[in-house]
Design a protein around this ligand. Structure first.
Ligand code: KG4
Ligand code: ZN
Length: 338
């Protein structure tokens, strides 16, 4: 406790960010330290799991010290340690979980494991102090694409998922193919601002009528075929047009399916979550679609969309209040369903 507030430490290491944050009463960010490995993985064109895990191990103690000092607290002020225990790169998740367990064992502070995707949704509780479930959420990240009905802080029902690639994965793959580099999402987002979204037509994949599932794997092939075709014809690739057209074919499907889910569930609130929720065009398009239907859109600021410890702390706080702590048998999982 500090100044009468319940302090949760949130630890996140499921991919290429080593992140720790202190959050008061599940809603107020006291510190949010994010040590990114982007510069390290850029030279390989993507995240190398072994290297990610090694860097988490090297960085995590320093990130912890910084998170405590930025918040102006000591470890003894912390009431709860929350940690991502899946899904993610297993060698990376393990570092956060081992750190959280060691801290809990040494201090007696209760420990709780958090599903990373629940964390993404919970970023909204930090941005919007009055937001409470139930609501509809669109979760779009490097590893997942889901439409979920969040019925309570610790409960949700998956309405639709990707059957193959996640949205962020599609962005990253296409960025690599056109030479924009890693991480692809922000680079495509930027390049697309100078391009014409209608310059090239890529097929939108809607699957069966009324399906809330997604499929993005064919899009990379369409882009590859387009590039090969243009090269064979001796034409230069217009990267901004390609980026904008590729992006538009994804966003049309995401927005249409989110609106369909809202209609099915009679939702009046839509909550964006995950790294791709930082996308400027997706935010604009969803905001227009929601405004036209009287739906309130919640979109956390970009730093809370991509991986961070604050979202894990918020999710941990609410889960702990409902379910109590985990014990030191807490395990790490590459796959962990919502
Ligand atoms: O949620 P996140 O940080 O990590 C996972 O849980 O996967 O999401 C990372 C993904 C990457 O694929 C990245 O390219 C994408 O989010 N991303 C974006 C943007 N910023 C990050 N995609 C599109 N536009 C962006 N501005
Ligand atoms: Zn994430």
């Amino acid at each position: 406790m500090k100044d009468g507030k319940f302090i949760t430490l949130g630890i996140e290491s499921s991919c290429d960010e080593t992140a720790i944050s202190a959050v008061a009463d599940g809603r107020e960010i006291l510190s949010n330290v994010i040590s990114s490995q982007i510069a390290i993985h850029t030279r390989y064109g993507g995240v190398v799991p072994e290297i990610a895990s090694r860097h988490h191990l090297e960085n995590i103690n320093g990130v912890l010290d910084q998170a405590l000092s930025d918040a102006g607290i000591r470890l003894s002020d912390v009431d709860l340690i929350g940690v991502t225990n899946g899904p993610g790169l297993i060698g990376a998740v393990v570092i956060g979980v081992a750190t959280a367990k060691a801290l809990s064992f040494a201090t007696g502070i209760p420990l709780i494991g958090v599903n990373h995707m629940h964390g993404h949704v919970s970023a909204n509780y930090l941005q919007y102090p009055d937001l409470e479930p139930p609501f509809l959420s669109l979760i779009v990240s490097g590893g997942h694409t889901n439409l979920v009905w969040v019925s309570d802080y610790d409960q949700c029902q998956v309405l639709g998922s990707t059957r193959d690639d996640a949205v962020g994965e599609a962005y990253d793959k296409v960025a690599r193919v056109v030479g924009l580099g890693y991480p692809g999402g922000p680079k495509v987002d930027k390049a697309a601002r100078d391009g014409d979204p209608e310059a090239i037509h890529f097929k939108r994949v809607y699957l069966e009528k009324d399906s809330l599932d997604f499929s993005f794997s064919g899009l990379k092939t369409q882009v590859l075929n387009y590039i090969n075709h243009e090269k064979m014809a001796g034409r230069e690739i217009n990267v901004p047009d390609l980026a904008a057209s590729f992006q538009q074919s994804i966003l049309d499907v995401l927005v249409d399916k989110a609106m369909l889910a809202a209609e099915f569930r009679k939702a009046d609130r839509l909550v964006m979550a995950g790294g791709v929720a930082a996308n400027s065009r997706l935010r604009k398009q969803l905001s227009d679609a929601c405004a036209a239907r009287g739906i309130t859109l919640y979109a956390p600021e970009p730093v809370l969309c991509t991986d961070n410890g604050a979202m894990i702390a918020s999710a941990a706080y609410y889960k702990y209040k409902k379910q109590g702590p985990d014990d030191l048998h807490l395990d790490a999982y590459a796959n962990l369903p919502l």
